[in-house]
Design a protein around this ligand. Structure first.
Ligand code: B12
Length: 411
């Protein structure tokens, strides 16, 4: 299959719809592509399409959308039904290219040329609207007789200057090489690429970022007394005049099917009279590496940008994994850990580390309570109005010790 050559004018991240329209007009674009990584971007995509329509520009450019936050159904059913122009979803860059070929064929007026059909709505949405249904707060069958570990302290602590050698062992090479750097091939080819390109480049890049002092790994973490109440997890004060009284609460969604799991079920209930313990952390690689990556991007050094950005985000994950392991050690449950890295990456340990925005706790807004408890500004991390952490190379989590706690989808 052959493709035309396309010039991509990269406008950069967090552009307003007006900047996108101006960019498309300035460069006389044939199509507009937008990428959405976080839930919030699904709303922004919709608003952008509405704005294009309001300005009478909906027929001017076909729109191609992609990114982890979007799904084919959302783009080709929900968005397509409100956008008079053409909008399509691209699962990856290759589908983006195929779409561009079709878009250009239509534009040239090639005989029989057409954009791929929109995905059809397969089943009518028969699920009862949850807003009208009473919220199910009945506990699931999660065991209640688990032991509750003793944390080494209550409250939060800040750890700075963590050495790369401490957490580099948790780096998920596959996620880096395949997911970020785009090394792909069949099994044998992939191994050769990893040996000949991936690992040598990784070693060189790690030496470079270390010698330049770009990595400033830091963590803020803590343990808090708590109990569950229905779908809520209630955090209580551990000291002072309000000791034992409610400090803040998180509300988690409950599955409507399967085991009807809800994160709060993993904690001792109010009625049990027991006090349980929950942990949280925020980890960051610091802002220097973010700025270095942004500079490469601004200088049009895309390959270097892709490599540095990819490494820095995977190191963020590695740091989160490493600190979670430290916390299991502190809670004295680490003896249950899997002995190899893949086992650890597949949650081969007691409990789980959930991040707000992930399927078991999709509500990003609850990062607010988490940040109140930990005050990550002490490691230079701020929560934006859109509940994103800055610098980008940061991640937060709620750490649950219950042996039955594993990833699940709350929908
Ligand atoms: C790496 C990663 C991170 C990294 C870096 C994130 C980053 N800014 O790059 C770190 C560890 C920092 C991170 C943190 C968080 N993350 Co994260 N993360 C991921 C992960 C595992 C991979 C994303 C990635 O880099 N993929 C590689 C790139 C190259 O792929 P891509 O972006 O999908 O793009 C490809 C295609 O989608 C397509 N494409 C994309 N856009 C476009 C556009 C066009 C026009 C076309 C043609 C194609 C196209 O082409 C690309 C190449 O194939 C995803 C899960 C996943 N598997 O996608 C979650 C994910 C993005 N993260 C998620 C969440 C919730 C978070 C946190 C909020 C968690 C938390 N509470 O801390 C934080 C937020 C951080 C912040 N600063 O606010 C959620 C987002 C959920 C949502 N729908 O909003 C995801 C989807 C995980 C999940 N399954 O729930 N994360």
């Amino acid at each position: 299959m052959s493709s035309d050559l396309y010039r991509v004018v990269n406008l950069g991240i967090k552009q307003t719809v007006n900047q996108i329209i101006d960019g498309a007009l300035d460069s006389n674009a044939d199509a507009i592509g937008m990428s959405g990584l976080l839930v919030k971007s699904t709303v922004i995509m919709k608003e952008n399409l509405q704005e294009l329509t309001a300005r009478g520009l909906d027929q001017k450019w076909p729109i191609v959308l992609g990114g982890a936050a979007l799904t084919r159904a959302y783009v080709e059913q929900d968005l397509a039904s409100m956008f008079p122009g053409e909008v399509r979803y691209a699962r990856d860059a290759f589908e983006g290219l195929r779409l561009m070929d079709a878009i250009m064929a239509v534009k040239r007026g090639d005989e029989g040329a057409a954009l791929p059909a929109l995905r059809e709505r397969r089943v009518a949405n028969t699920r009862v609207k949850t807003e009208d249904a009473p919220i199910d707060t009945r506990r699931s069958d999660v065991a209640l007789d688990n032991s509750i570990p003793n944390p080494p302290f209550f409250g939060s602590r800040v750890i700075k200057g963590i050495q790369l050698s401490d957490y580099a062992g948790m780096l998920d090479e596959r996620a880096l090489f395949v997911g970020q750097w785009g090394l792909k091939g069949n099994r044998g080819e992939y191994e050769t690429m990893v040996e000949e390109e991936g690992r040598p480049r990784l070693r060189a890049l790690i030496n470079e970022v270390q010698s330049k002092g770009w990595l400033n790994a830091a963590v803020v973490y803590g343990y808090f007394p708590c109990y569950s109440e229905g779908n809520d997890l209630v955090i209580v004060h551990h000291e002072g005049e309000h000791k034992g009284k409610e400090r803040t609460r998180f509300t988690f969604p409950r599955q409507t099917r399967d085991r009807r799991l809800c994160i709060s079920d993993f904690f001792a209930s109010k009625e049990s009279g027991k006090t349980d313990v929950v942990a949280f952390h925020v980890v960051t690689m610091g802002s220097t590496v973010s700025e270095a990556a942004a500079q490469l991007f601004a200088d049009n050094n895309y390959r270097e940008y892709l490599e540095l950005h990819g490494l820095s985000v995977q190191l963020t994950e590695a740091l989160a994994e490493h600190w979670h392991a430290r916390m299991r050690e502190e809670l004295q449950v680490k003896s249950e850990d899997s002995t190899d890295l893949q086992g650890i990456l597949d949650q081969g340990y007691r409990g789980s580390r959930y991040s707000f925005g992930y399927p078991a706790c999709p509500d990003l807004e609850q990062q607010v309570q988490l940040c109140e408890l930990l005050d990550p500004s002490r490691i230079g991390v701020e929560l934006s109005e859109e509940f994103q952490l800055h610098p980008e190379q940061s991640t937060s989590a709620i750490i649950v010790h219950h042996p039955e706690a594993k990833y699940f989808n709350a929908n």
